[in-house]
Design a protein around this ligand. Structure first.
Ligand SMILES: [Zn+2]
Length: 139
């Protein structure tokens, strides 16, 4: 592939750069303290700066947004019911729930309709390793 900017043939596809620069490492650690010790085993994932630059686009996680919004709404509802007015608190809480449902649907639609298009664009992106130019190509 030839870079359209500098005509170098040192180009790479984003998806390959991301795969090469992302790693998973298993670890084992022994944690000691005054009350004893414990073994810890797990996996850590990391990526190079270039892999981060070339990472695929992220989709939405509507259920997390909904749960966080619900928790905040519940706290507001309690504060308003206790300090101001119960009816106002209930109306506010119903409004927050309706707003969260609308946000949930918007994020779900983004994942179904817009995200595949954005991901497909990412899949076609290339990076020139000489000049850093990013460009699209069907290959
Ligand atoms: Zn170039």
């Amino acid at each position: 592939m030839i870079c359209p900017n500098c005509k170098s043939d040192s180009t790479r596809k984003f998806s390959i750069i991301f795969e090469e620069g992302t790693y998973t490492q298993k670890y084992e650690a022994k944690i000691s303290s005054s009350s004893g010790s414990a073994d810890s085993v797990g996996e850590a994932t990391g990526s190079s700066d270039l892999a981060k630059r070339c990472s695929p686009p992220e989709g939405c996680t509507p259920i997390y947004s909904f749960l966080v919004g619900f928790a905040i709404g519940a706290v507001l509802w309690i504060i308003v019911v206790i300090n101001i007015n119960a009816i106002l608190g209930h109306v506010l809480f119903i409004g927050i729930i309706l707003f969260l449902i609308k946000c949930f649907r918007n994020e779900r639609n983004f994942n179904k309709i817009d995200y595949p298009k954005i991901h497909e664009k990412w899949r076609k992106k290339w990076l020139c390793m000489k000049c850093g130019h990013e460009y699209m190509c069907e290959l």
